[in-house]
Design a protein around this ligand. Structure first.
Ligand SMILES: [Fe+2]
Ligand SMILES: [Fe+2]
Length: 182
């Protein structure tokens, strides 16, 4: 393998590498949520969160692609602790929403670092993630409201998801994903 001298990492690129871990962590946590729901015989809710897990994986690999494209070092990290125990569905969706809020804060820190370092390329790259977090927080907030309003009747939640399956298909504005988006 040819060894190339890599660019030293700025703060922005350190945060991009950390964000790869955050996004893989989100993917793994969504997978735990999806399996819990699947096990409770809630196939539509499970399907939504299995899909969300794949999206987070795609986000991680879009960051990986960016590190490769800009000739920076890149590592595939492990993830932290994953929660698998929930008292009920709203507890579970609350965790998902909390996770999206944390990722939104991480993305904001990335945008701030890019701007502080006059990294216009990095700032432009991260714009897509800002928009994505707005959408994901909005969708998860809707889902939490639907779950709460159903007041324990999870058939209503499942029916809602059949009628409103959520975003499907690739987002053409998404940055390129290492290995191709799934
Ligand atoms: Fe994400
Ligand atoms: Fe997300």
């Amino acid at each position: 393998m040819a060894t190339r001298k890599k660019e030293p990492r700025s703060k922005f690129y350190e945060l991009v590498q950390q964000q790869v871990r955050n996004e893989f962590g989100a993917a793994q946590q969504y997978l735990a949520l999806a399996v819990w729901l699947d096990n409770e015989d809630l196939p539509e809710l499970a399907k939504r969160l299995y899909r969300q897990s794949v999206e987070e994986r795609n986000h991680a690999l879009a960051l990986v692609q960016y590190l490769m494209d800009t000739d920076h070092p890149v590592e595939i990290p492990g993830t932290g602790e994953i929660r698998n125990d929930f008292s009920d569905v709203s507890d579970l969706i609350e965790l998902a929403l909390e996770q999206e809020r944390e990722v939104a804060a991480d993305v904001k820190a990335l945008a701030k670092a890019a701007r502080a370092e006059d990294d216009y390329q990095g700032e432009q790259f991260i714009q897509w993630f800002i928009k994505e977090q707005t959408e994901e927080i909005s969708q998860m907030t809707t889902l939490l409201n639907v779950v709460k309003r159903a007041g324990g009747n999870l058939f209503d939640v499942e029916n809602f998801l059949v009628r409103r399956p959520g975003p499907t298909g690739a987002d053409p504005t998404m940055p390129p994903v290492a290995g191709g988006a799934l």
